[in-house]
Design a protein around this ligand. Structure first.
Ligand code: OAD
Length: 236
């Protein structure tokens, strides 16, 4: 498809893999090594908050040390170019890192939350958080101690911004999924939602994802190479 005006891009862990951040379901991935039910659920946090906070502290340190790669940069460039033409790139990520932003993306919708933010479960205030988070930390907004948690979405919790995401998706000329396995809903269902609306769909991934059959076209290879090449072919 040449010259789409509005593009909806869904990214997953694969887009940050070449920045050194681990994916979840690849061989050696996080959920291949750790049980998500013991680390990424409200029940796990209630049962053993220190272990859960440590897990996210470790991941947060990895995010802070990581740098964006050519895939993040290509998306930021495409966002700017489309805006200059009066179009829009809606960037929806399942990633909790800030690499899209650090590559220059201006509007990023984090449906699974952000690791560099903490939320107070007493007053719900969300605060930027770049260091370790412990149970001793008090909320900078209300002062409550021991009530801060990473502002990420855990299994069993509702992803964020779902209405805005669905509106943007159904208004797009093109749907592109990058570096996501298609295993976690609702994001995994977006390709079928796009298709049902007659919106062309493309998958950019290292290898065919669980959802590969649902896409009209595919570009296989590392995101840092395959995505800039694909966007360049779109004139972006
Ligand atoms: P997954 O780990 O499930 O999938 C990563 C995908 O990226 C796989 O299809 C890989 O083939 C692909 N991939 C790996 N390296 C790549 C590279 N260099 N270039 C392109 N593709 C590459 O990660 P997600 O689909 O993002 O949610 O996982 C979805 C959600 O599951 C996450 O947001 C997280 C997790 O549980 C929560 O924690 C709520």
């Amino acid at each position: 498809m040449k010259n789409p005006k509005t593009i909806f891009v869904l990214t997953g862990a694969g887009v940050s893999a070449e920045s050194g951040l681990g994916t979840f379901r690849d061989r050696g991935g996080l959920w291949a090594r750790f049980d998500p039910m013991k680390l990424a659920t409200p029940e796990a946090y209630a049962a053993d908050p220190d272990t859960v906070l440590d897990f996210y502290n470790h991941r947060r340190r990895g995010v802070v040390a990581a740098v964006p790669n050519a895939a993040h940069a290509a998306l930021a460039r495409a966002e700017t170019r489309l805006a200059e033409r009066g179009g829009r790139l809606f960037l929806c990520t399942q990633n909790v890192d800030d690499l899209h932003e650090r590559a220059g993306a201006r509007a990023v919708t984090h449906m699974h939350g952000e690791l560099l933010k903490a939320r107070c479960t007493a007053c719900e205030a969300v605060t930027p958080w770049h260091g370790d988070l412990t149970r001793a930390d008090a909320c900078p907004a209300c002062g409550a101690a021991g009530r801060m948690r990473p502002d990420v979405v855990w299994f069993g919790e509702m992803p964020k911004h779902l209405d805005a995401i669905e509106r943007a998706l159904t208004a797009a000329d093109l749907f592109v999924a990058v570096g996501t396995s298609g295993a976690v809903y609702p994001a995994a269902g977006y390709v079928r939602l796009a298709k049902a609306r007659g919106i062309p769909t493309c998958e950019v991934n290292l290898e065919p994802s669980d959802n590969a059959d649902a896409f009209d076209t595919a570009e296989y290879g590392p995101a840092s190479v395959a995505l800039p090449a694909y966007l360049a072919r779109l004139g972006l």
